[in-house]
Ligand binder design. Structure first.
Ligand code: HEM
Length: 468
């Protein structure tokens, strides 16, 4: 007879301590718990209900397969930002129907059409660099990934509207330092080399880990007159909504809509099986989701790629040859290895089941959030020998075994933008390798910091530009 449902044991530290450790000492906290409790344990960060973290291969497979209607998303923590009608927050049946509508523009074929846009944006960044400069990779990559979203996802062509979007997205996603960050990054990309203290302040603002800890205290985002620390955030939220509504209305009315190839233009024209279009609210919530899910994650991956290449001369040499010879296979393996060793979203997926869920000797009670610890899977020496070694060759032969490479999660909620993200990272790193040389700016490999749920290089991931 199987055991009665019960939460597996886990660290007994109080919630605030677990939030601090998870936010500021990742992945040391989960790695220590893994050593002590095994592949499956319960965590209690902040004021969130207890959640079960697992890297058990069989549980991972079962969470990603089987009946999608019996598994709910585990994304409630991002509800204040994305809103109830976001794809990520829909209940299973409605989620399946919405995904059918959203999927076509994210297909590999369609996405490849955006390569030229990315190349142009990346070239523009790299052209500003001079040998001897120290560059914060994260700031550069954020500039590129937001521009890709404005072009490829939203189809914003007017310069003033682009500027308004950039400002509001920064205000909201990088609250409370968004405006400072943008101003500093504008100085950084103005063509003149700003004073060192500006560069350092920009890098610091780009990588501050504090918001990561707040993620685990959902009440800090609650809209209330008493919660005055967050009132400005809600103001930015309202302004971004208004701008998106304006832009959606302009897109619907665009006489050249049928010729446009941005994702919004396709979504405005999409119809479900009953011939119904997406409502304004659904579109607005999904656009915020695409901006939030696609911007910082991809920027973090490009930044990590730059830092890892700077610190690994042998890989850099081989990758430079591959970039110059347009060896797509090696560059593809490079992207996969960056996403393995520094997954921007290390907890790749969360699901809530409506039935008891057995994992090894445990039976997790129904209604519990089960999180998949992709970081632990990606650093398991049985799956990836010498896991701390940066070695793109791992991905040149056979593809990784199913459910062992999970930077984009899996199953019904698997990342919609994975092809776009892999292409962006490939073009980003390929351009850097082809056009400049990069070297480490610091002796040690840049440490990790968490911003929200994303793992970024601390200090923005500084690299030194070589002669090329
Ligand atoms: C390196 C970059 C990226 C990483 C590491 C990443 C990672 C992830 C992960 C781990 C999930 C959750 C999957 C799950 O629950 O199983 C996810 C979901 C999602 N991602 Fe990404 N992502 C990236 C880039 C993008 C881009 C560029 C876009 C689009 C512009 C995007 C759009 C989405 C959407 C819409 C979802 C929700 C899917 C759903 O709930 O059905 N992502 N992503």
């Amino acid at each position: 007879m199987s055991a009665a449902p019960e939460l597996p044991p886990g660290p007994r530290l109080p919630g605030p301590a677990q939030a601090l450790l998870w936010g500021l000492r990742y992945p040391e906290f989960t790695r220590a718990a893994h050593r002590r409790f095994g592949t499956t344990f319960t965590v209690r960060p902040g004021t969130m209900p207890p959640a079960v973290l697992t890297s058990d291969p069989d549980a991972t497979r079962r969470l990603f397969t089987g009946d999608p209607l019996g598994k709910r998303h585990g994304n409630d923590v991002v509800r204040p930002l994305l809103d109830d009608r976001s794809l990520m927050l829909l209940e299973p049946a409605e989620h399946l129907a919405r995904r059918k509508l959203l999927l076509p523009p994210f297909h590999g074929e369609r996405v490849r059409g955006y390569a030229a846009t990315m190349q142009r944006l990346m070239d523009r960044e790299v052209e500003r660099w001079r040998a001897g400069d120290t560059v914060a990779m994260l700031t550069v990559a954020q500039n590129v990934t937001i521009e890709v979203i404005l072009d490829a996802v939203l189809g914003v062509t007017d310069a003033e509207t682009r500027r308004r979007f950039r400002r509001l997205v920064d205000d909201l996603l990088f609250y409370p330092l968004g405006t400072l960050r943008l101003r500093l990054s504008e100085r950084l990309s103005s063509g003149i080399t700003p004073p060192r203290r500006f560069r350092e302040a920009a890098a610091f603002a780009a990588s501050l880990p504090t918001p990561a800890v707040m993620t685990y205290f959902p009440e800090t985002k609650r809209r209330s007159a008493l919660n005055f620390a967050i009132l400005r955030w809600w103001k930015h939220h309202g302004r971004l909504h208004a701008l998106l509504d304006e832009h959606i209305a302009a897109t619907r009315a665009d006489p050249r809509l049928a010729e446009r190839d941005d994702i919004l233009a396709m979504l405005v024209q999409a119809r479900d099986e009953d011939g119904d279009a997406l409502s304004g609210e659904d579109l607005r919530n999904d656009l915020i989701t695409l901006i939030a899910a696609g911007h910082e994650t991809t920027a973090a991956a490009i930044a990590w790629g730059g830092v890892l290449l700077a610190h690994n001369p042998a890989v850099r040499e081989r990758a430079t040859v591959a970039a110059r010879e347009h060896d797509d296979q090696y560059l593809g393996a490079l992207v996969k290895e960056v996403l393995r060793i520094r997954s921007p979203i290390p907890i790749a997926a969360g699901r809530v089941l409506d039935e008891p869920f057995p994992i090894g000797p445990h039976v997790v009670p129904p209604g519990t959030l089960v999180l998949i610890d992709a970081w632990a899977i990606h650093h398991d020496p049985e799956l990836y020998p010498d896991p701390e070694r940066f070695e793109p060759e791992r991905f040149l032969g056979e593809p990784p075994a199913p459910y062992t490479w999970l930077p984009f999660g899996g199953g019904a909620h698997r990342c919609l933008g994975s092809s776009l993200a892999e292409l962006e990272i490939k073009v980003g790193l390929g351009t850097i390798l082809r056009r400049t040389g990069i070297e480490p700016a610091d002796r040690e490999l840049t440490p990790r910091a968490r911003r929200g749920v994303v793992v970024v290089p601390y200090g923005g991931g500084r690299v030194r530009i070589g002669a090329g």
